[in-house]
Design a protein around this ligand. Structure first.
Ligand code: AMP
Ligand code: MG
Ligand code: MG
Length: 337
């Protein structure tokens, strides 16, 4: 390969490092115990200091290196100067060494749209924090958690939390990074926390081992904190053998690609483009599919509406089966754009 790496490879290399920095911010705020919770549209739509700082870090770091990018972040923040210690200048050397898929080699910065969810699973993040009284481990912000304490039953919610950076070109999700800041929390004090998964269409996926649910079992994953009758009726219509209710769109795609669930079914508006862009790119890169409840793809152009109004249905395999089971009432209630 001659010359410097393609723009999209350099962007992914930065996004990887930036997502790790954001993950560290998410851990640090949790350990401080001062979450600074703000209700956005209501009690089930929260923002914390971690959401704010992580988004500032991601957006400022990427736009400094790639000034012509369109970056769309979840949080509405005042446009103030970002503190220098939030800026990440690093790039993943491993990604810089990758060969760019031919079709993306000549993409320009200004043709790319980056969708940022600085903290996906905020509801679960706040619930875990409230239960845990984590101030005791504030001195070791990047080390493992004390899982021996009796109130640690809510710790599993920490794995629902992810940082999502998705890259779109021509309206399609083509690459994405998912950082899971509390991965390995079970290992207790002293463990190194966090992992970063990424993928690009035509290049592959990295940072996890692809697994499928064994046999023909239908394990449906869905929301645990944004449910309603339509959501549960739709899950039931899939005739699942098992239902896994967990938080976060990123986390639910991790359930799919690591063989813990066969379909992510959410028959409701609520999920936004920043929730699905990075996860969709990674899922597609391993042969999976993410659509609305009608089976139509979402678009990720800079000017699209943010809400995924017609719900989310994601699978690794057998997408058509799940689409065929969606009740008429859902199809009528949730119109495709
Ligand atoms: P969940 O599966 O409930 O964790 O939702 C996945 C993503 O969609 C999270 O980022 C949620 O914040 C978002 N989301 C889903 N439903 C709603 C809703 N009714 N209001 C606000 N955000 C929602
Ligand atoms: Mg989210
Ligand atoms: Mg978020």
């Amino acid at each position: 390969m001659s010359g410097s790496p393609a723009v999209v490879i350099r962007l992914m290399a930065s996004a990887y490092a930036v997502a790790e920095k954001a993950g560290a911010i998410v851990r640090k705020v949790l350990h401080s115990g001062e979450l600074g919770i703000v209700e956005k549209t209501g009690a089930n739509d929260l923002q914390t200091l971690a959401d704010r700082l992580a988004q500032q870090s991601i957006c400022a770091s990427l736009s400094r290196r790639f000034p012509k990018l369109t970056i769309i972040g979840e949080e509405e923040l005042p446009s103030e100067e970002v503190q220098e210690d939030l800026i990440e200048n690093g790039q993943s050397e491993e990604i810089l060494q990758k060969t760019c898929p031919l079709e993306y080699r000549d993409l320009k910065e200004e043709e790319l749209v980056v969708w940022v969810d600085p903290l996906d699973g905020t509801k679960e993040y706040t619930e875990a924090s409230r239960c845990l009284h984590l101030r005791a481990v504030a001195q070791t912000p990047h080390k493992g958690l004390d899982t021996s304490q009796p109130h640690s039953t809510a710790l599993w919610l920490l794995d629902n939390v992810t940082v999502l950076i998705g890259i779109a070109y021509g309206g399609r999700a083509i690459a994405g990074v998912i950082n899971q800041p509390f991965y390995n929390y079970q290992l207790g004090v002293g463990a190194q926390l966090g992992r970063t998964m990424w993928g690009m269409l035509g290049l592959g996926t990295f940072g996890f081992q692809l697994q499928e649910v064994p046999g023909d079992r239908r394990i449906v994953t869905t929301t645990r904190s944004h449910s309603n009758k339509l959501v549960t009726d739709c899950v039931d219509a899939m005739e699942p053998h098992e239902v896994v209710r967990v938080g976060g769109a990123g986390n639910k795609i991790i359930q799919l690609i690591e063989g813990k669930a066969s379909a992510y079914v959410f028959a409701s508006p609520g999920c936004k483009k920043w929730d699905t862009c990075a996860p969709e790119a990674i899922l597609q890169a391993v042969g999976g599919k993410l659509t609305d409840m009608h089976g139509n793809a979402y678009r990720y152009d800079a000017n699209v509406k943010h809400m995924n109004s017609a719900g989310v249905l994601a699978t690794l395999r057998n997408h058509e089966y799940y689409i065929s089971r969606v009740p008429q009432a859902v199809l009528q209630a949730l119109k495709s754009d």
